[in-house]
Design a protein around this ligand. Sequence first.
Ligand code: ADP
Ligand code: MG
Length: 449
Amino acid sequence: MDKENLWQAVLAQIQFNISPANFSTWFKSTEIFDKQGRIVWVSVPNAFSKEWIENKYCKLILKILHNLDEEIKEVKYCVGKTSSKAPREKEMTSLPVFGQLEFQEFKIDKETNLNPRYTFENFIVGSFNELPHAATMAIIKEPGLIYNPLFIYGGVGLGKTHLLQALGNEIVKTFPQKRVKYISSEKFTSEVVSSIRNKKMEELKEKYRTLDVLIIDDVQFLAGKEKTQEEFFYTFNALYEKNKQIIISSDRPPKAISALEERLKSRFEGGMTADISYPDFETRMAILNFKTQERKINLQEDVLSYIATNIQKNIRELEGALNRLVAYQKLNNQTPNLEIAQSLLENLIISPIKIINPKKIIQVVIDFYDLKEKDIIAKSRKKEIVKPRQIITYFLREELKCSYPFIGKKIGGKDHTTAIYSYEKIKKEINKNENFKNEISLIKQKIYS
Ligand code: ADP
Ligand code: MG
């Protein structure tokens, strides 16, 4: 086998093993440029992909090469070398063509509420979302049978909706006879409310209880909506008993959704729970690399790394930064360099240190737990109120270094010793309990957003 065919054979097998987005990001401009005895030299487009491929795919590549040609025992990677006859662009025609995406109009299907924009082809998988991604893959094989319900949670802009929608689209494609519906919990709530008002509950029941796959997004918004929760509970049971697949997303784990009925929480926990965390630097670079290809813009590596360094917790913001640079490029017919990028992204990235105050902390915590400010000040010793009160204490001390007497006053005229006790209690709990720690970090994120 000559070098070119050998590499094509390797690529074909790799493509089988990893997601199309990852494939296109990492292997687009690679080739074998030399082979001497037991060593194969692979050329990669830049230092960054060299590191990535060496770290993540090195073993896989060697294994495939060795299977194809037993003589091969070692693979080395070099940046930017190309063999003399290297019609790179031509070879790539077999890969998915991006760039057309932005001209495509995406129509949301009226029956399923699915948007064809969201696919697995344009979904990057990294360690931060590996588990929920794997769970969706398992569901596609046998909807309703393995992970039911699947509960995916994670912060804003990290791909929950994308993953849920991609799963829905894939199920429709694989099982055209199955009835699939995607709905946000806010939309579901408003349907319940209007069905009650118009005395059309029977229709609503019929509509949801006869589905094969129900996908419900942002379920934290059901908090406090008792009637909707009740209807959802019966829908859930009806589907679950018939082995119909239910997929749920939320910004926090079931336990941490306050004002959600216990029976629903325990239903949610009864299946598979998987969280999406934050993408690490390499994955952020991978996402940017992929999205630059999609948008057909060629940005220098230092520009991409500037964005990836400064935007860490939200993929939607990564996209936003990129879109600005694309807009600049279109307007000026010039690719922005680092200096231009820095000034274009200034207000997006170097946001002045967020000024927070006690009022903001209290507001975020009471919103999070679905309470009113008067609950915090009142004398109540109910657990649902004591805990948020202690969390407010914790943040006032930790983030603003407020004095204990001041904190005592803020939480309803309590003694400063109560404030000290509360602060210590939360601190201990954070060290002890991983779930609680995540809950606190989610609240902190909201305080600073
Ligand atoms: P969430 O529902 O968690 O708030 P979204 O699913 O709306 O987040 O994602 C925000 C944006 O980031 C969307 O445009 C989505 O396509 C994109 N995105 C999220 N995760 C990924 C990923 N893993 N790969 C590629 N794009 C992603
Ligand atoms: Mg969403």
